[in-house]
Design a protein around this ligand. Structure first.
Ligand code: S3P
Length: 176
């Protein structure tokens, strides 16, 4: 099977839906953020704090190249993975790109906790909603460039998975 690559903003459900999708498909699940943390022995906020975003993006690119070199996996990317065109070229060549979307309200609820998402924490000058809106706007065209889009705002991870599986069947990526 080609890889199934989930892209989308923070809080759109890439990790929870991705894990469930891989279970359903009986294939490997790779969460890019978790891979970066495991490979480097540090949490992402620590990497941002000690080396900065550019260093994190370099580690992220390395991780992308590794996962794009294999097949038969569901890959959940980080919200900013789409910013590097070289990441998307490699991931696109390895499989199908599915974008998860959610309303600002939903993202706000799902990303309330500070300390886990350095990009959002940095952009948040006391107004989390404004930070989300402006980052979403800046990245909109990058997320739109997907083979299939699912709005997860009012869906459970299982419902998201069902929609993605229907799409994968229609495209002949899976046959079950
Ligand atoms: C980021 C999103 C995070 C993580 C890092 C940067 C971003 O992933 O890769 O904190 O730039 O949007 P999630 O989308 O899984 O939170």
């Amino acid at each position: 099977m080609k890889n199934v690559v989930l892209i989308g903003f923070m809080g759109t459900g890439k990790t929870s839906s991705g894990r469930m999708l891989a279970q359903k498909l009986g294939c490997a699940f790779i969460d890019l953020d978790q891979k970066i943390e495991r490979d480097n022995g540090r949490r992402i906020p620590e990497i941002f704090a000690s080396e900065g975003e550019a260093a994190f993006r370099a580690l992220e690119h390395q991780a992308v190249l590794e996962v794009a070199g294999r097949r038969n996996a569901v890959v959940s990317t980080g919200g900013g993975t789409v910013k590097d065109p070289a990441n998307m070229a490699a991931l696109r060549q390895s499989g199908v790109i599915v974008c998860l979307r959610a309303s600002v309200e939903t993202i706000l609820e799902r990303t309330q906790k500070k300390g886990d998402r350095p990009v959002l924490d940095k952009a948040d000058a006391g107004d989390r909603r404004a930070a989300i809106e402006s980052l979403l706007k800046a990245r909109a065209s990058l997320y739109d460039d997907a083979d299939f889009v699912v709005d997860t705002s009012n869906l459970s991870p299982m419902q998201v998975v069902e929609k993605i599986m229907r799409y994968l069947r229609s495209r002949g990526v899976i046959h079950a």
